[in-house]
Write a protein that binds this ligand. Sequence first.
Ligand code: BES
Ligand code: ZN
Ligand code: MN
Length: 483
Amino acid sequence: MRAPLPTPLVTVEVADTLRRGVPAVLVAFPGDPVRLGPGAEDVTDLGDVSGKAGATSRQGRTWVVGVGDGGPGDWRKAGASLVRALHADAEKAGGTTFDVRLPADVTAEAVAAFTLGAAVGGYRFKVTSEPPPPRVKSLRLVTGGAGLVDAVRRATTLAAATSFGRDLANTPSNVKDPSWLASAAVRAARAAPGLDVAVRDEKWLAEHGFGGVLAVGGGSSRPPRFIELTWPGTGEGQSHLVLVGKGITFDTGGISIKPAEGMHLMRTDMSGGAAVIAALVAIARQSLPVRVTGLVPAAENHVSGSAYRPGDVITQYGGTTTEVTNTDAEGRLVLADALAYAVATLRPDVLVDVATLTGAMKVSLGLRTGGLFATDDDLAARVAEAGARVGESWWRMPLLADLAEDVRSDIADLRQCPPGPGGITAALFLKEFTGGVPWAHLDIAGPARADKVYDEVVPGATGFAARTLVELAETYSRPDTIG
Ligand code: BES
Ligand code: ZN
Ligand code: MN
């Protein structure tokens, strides 16, 4: 079946003159109720929306949007809610392209944040044969300021990564099985020169001992795949970052089946994998001078006569055995194989995995913040700072030493699900497969989905983590940065 077509992103470009006859948008700062001028002659009163980031008002064909205190988060919010307001009022909007008048002293950081918000804030995913209603197509940022074109281009690349991550995760699981996800990665990589993809099937996985992926995928008639994306960097001797993303294309829980209520949301259980695929495409498009490998173990966790069982002992990649205690804790089993494979075959300098791993993390941090576990303080700081720069927030969680013994089993090397704090014990299980390589584990069970609109986020899959991964890779592309 074909993939549903998502709405294209709003495009943003920089210009230096206002056009006549085109609907205009003005930006309002606190205490400065809109400087009316060229392009807004017919406007007499736009109200005061200046104090609140994202507040909008309209008179005729002129709109105004508030940017609150003018921090990057305010600009992101302003871009997003502006585009949503224009979409909602499409009839009165008077066109599909808008001139946005920005002050000459606007910073590149503000413009980047505004662009990001505008590009993804109006995102919509709908499977339908109805013709789509008119939508905003593009914004021209009109400013005398210099040096903004690059900022807009980078923000657009980040926005495209978020949007692609959302598309993959929003795709329903009747369409999206492991082989569909692999094909989507191949198709996307073709559009990114230099990005290589290998897709391994269940036979290859069996030959190479991927016991976790095979156990989890064994209950489905749609067999697992292992996706490996390679961005070789731009020269010799560059740092090698390996990104691993959970690619469960649907999670029923398996024999330890999930309750019906909420199970449908598990179509987004490959959001970590989606973030990794989207990030690799963005990294290649920007031709970053850093080597990056993306690994996505993809499987459908299903119930059938061939499904794996609680009480099974499986052999992970590399030989470590795991006592399965709950087939719904499938994510760690597929990630363990991929991490072990990375350590054994790819010589990573840094290892990062991303996964919708535990409901416990939603309880700990809610729905807007990702859980960050790391064996290395420098890496933890890079992730948190990278996220802050692109509007994704992370909170560091502890790899508690006193719980480390809990992942040992009496009948196998490791026990899959010990009792105790679920997000932490899952991380401690994964740590066993990281071979001492500096490692970060990002649990995005909370922020990978949204149930309401906020900032640049709309309900459904959020694409969370894709931007952080791109920005993180960029930190390793600066000289002399491993440490
Ligand atoms: N995919 C789920 C985690 C999840 C839950 C993600 C809710 C997003 C929203 C994961 O595979 C899972 O089922 N985890 C179990 C682990 C438990 C059985 C130890 C959980 O968190 O309940
Ligand atoms: Zn899962
Ligand atoms: Mn599960």
